[in-house]
Ligand binder design. Structure first.
Ligand code: AMP
Length: 494
């Protein structure tokens, strides 16, 4: 059997002490014996494509522009060579030798954990600078001198502005998840941080997608970089089986419960767009006897960290969350992802479902759409280049509104306005991107709908209500749009 890492074949992970297993395949990359031992202890047999392509260049001190999703082994691709480069030399007080910037606290903590795993045979010091944890402890560590600083931009600048940190000694800068930084409004902070570094540094820049803004930034920050791309931007892992049900908005909780009961759910993330809805859904699931906890950016950092750890340890099996958990979080063997809402940013779909189906395992993803979600769904399907296969749940079917974009701009609304996304970490989020024209797709049990990437003429034809829901052929064009919409029942059940 072989595992698929972003389209390339990788041997399955085996325990390090299995006879005959070695990390020989890593040996030709130029890593030191100590790092190779740590890799062997982690149970890795072969480098993933991003690792085999990036590590030799990083060791040769080249700048790298990496286009790679999380789940491809990206973290080790920069952490392993970083450890070897930093092994020679000593840290000085308040002058970190390397800096890894991450968009969220969770990701930063995860990278720090990886650093400890791979650096176990070295004596390098590290500090994790993230919000919501003790400033003084972080300051003490900086005072002792650190080789590696893993930080979110805001907290890093806090330390700098208090005069507790000097950044011109940074020899290696890693900007991870650059497109996420952009989404969260962190780019001005990142630019400021880069302006505080010395000019003779090595820069490693990673992004899952490469929109023009990110490319421009890379051009400014990097010096003749080696470009590495291990997966086409935003292609969801082939190991995730995707499903979509269009249900009336008020029935979404019932639909979710039904899915949770009928699926063999070992552990699942359940994503909502709004923090408020995370709270409501969490409460509702608990009321119905599910073993659910919640995670979003309004919770204290300590509680967030503990909740995530308890979830990873299998202490409960359902985590209702905002997009704070969408990117990069590595939860071993997550069996399911449920999207209680269609994301406002199409690329969040890819990141949400990418929490499952990792490391070659199979995963299942279910999206619950409501009639007004047509335009967001169209953007998602355009991004992934295919229609998500439709399913019907307990007869709770609805159809996507044909013209919700136009009606939203007009006065009358039968559905609530589109929710604002739960942009947890950044206060300066950008307006939603990638909104396509509404493409109505009829909810049909298990039959794939028309691909969203339709020819312009076909799209014009699709912009009319689906045939089966038209009350009378020919008449619908004369009816006001709101009369064509499904009737809403008044009461909500939970
Ligand atoms: P990342 O993309 O860095 O989030 O890594 C995703 C997962 O792949 C993590 O659980 C890593 O421990 C694992 N991983 C990284 N490199 C390898 C490798 N060479 N072989 C097997 N698993 C790996």
């Amino acid at each position: 059997m072989s595992l698929s890492y972003a389209g390339a074949d990788v041997a399955p992970i085996q325990p390090a002490d299995t006879p005959g297993v070695s990390s020989d395949a890593f040996a030709h990359l130029g890593l030191s014996p100590a790092v190779l031992n740590a890799v062997r202890d982690a149970g890795y047999r072969q480098p993933t494509p991003i690792q085999s392509q990036a590590i030799p260049h990083i060791l040769a001190r080249r700048d790298v522009l990496g286009s790679a999703q999380t789940g491809t082994g990206k973290t080790a691709s920069f952490t392993l060579p970083l450890i070897d480069i930093l092994a020679a030399g000593r840290a000085r007080a308040r002058m970190p030798r390397s800096l890894i910037l991450e968009p969220t606290r969770e990701l930063a903590a995860q990278v720090a954990q990886n650093f400890e795993t791979y650096g176990k045979y070295h004596r390098l010091s590290m500090a994790l600078l993230i919000g919501g944890t003790s400033f003084e402890d972080q300051d003490r560590k900086l005072g002792r001198g650190v080789d590696v600083l893993v930080a979110t931009p805001g907290r890093l600048l806090d330390h700098f502005e208090r005069g507790k940190l000097l950044l011109h000694g940074v020899e290696i800068l890693v900007i991870d998840e650059a497109d996420r930084m952009l989404d969260m409004g962190f780019i001005p902070d990142v630019e400021r941080i880069v302006s505080l570094l010395g000019p003779s540094r090595q820069t490693l820049f990673f992004s899952a997608t490469m929109p023009p803004e990110i490319r421009r930034l890379a051009d400014r920050f990097l010096d003749r970089p080696v470009e590495i791309s291990v997966a086409p931007p935003a292609s969801p892992a082939t190991t995730v089986e995707q499903h979509l049900a269009v249900v009336p908005g008020k029935d979404k909780r019932a639909a979710l419960r039904s899915l949770l009961q009928r699926e063999d759910v070992k552990n699942a993330l359940i994503f909502c767009n709004r923090k408020r809805d995370v709270d409501i859904l969490h409460k509702s699931l608990r009321k119905h006897g599910f073993d659910a906890e919640r995670l979003h950016g309004d919770m204290a950092q300590e509680v967030r960290t503990q909740t995530l750890q308890r979830f990873k340890d299998g202490r409960f099996n359902l985590l209702v969350c905002s997009d704070v958990a969408a990117r990069g979080l590595d939860i071993a063997g997550l069996s399911h992802v449920f999207l209680f809402d269609v994301p406002i940013h199409a690329d969040d779909y890819v990141h949400r479902i990418g929490r499952t189906g990792r490391a070659g395992l199979k995963g299942r993803a279910f999206t619950l759409a409501q009639p007004a979600d047509g335009r967001y769904l169209a953007a998602v399907e355009k991004l992934i280049g295919k229609a998500i296969p439709r399913i019907e749940i307990d007869g709770l079917a609805a159809s996507l509104d044909a013209d919700d974009g136009r009606r939203r701009r007009g006065g009358r609304r039968a559905e609530p306005s589109p929710p604002r996304p739960a942009r947890d970490e950044g206060a300066r989020g950008r307006p939603p991107r990638a909104r396509g024209r509404p493409v109505p797709v009829q909810a049909i049990d298990s039959r794939p709908a028309e691909p969203a990437r339709a020819a312009p003429t076909a799209r014009r034809a699709e912009a009319r209500p689906a045939r089966a829901e038209r009350p009378t052929r020919g008449l619908e064009d004369q009816l006001p749009a709101f009369l064509l919409r499904p009737v809403r029942r008044a009461a909500s059940e939970d």
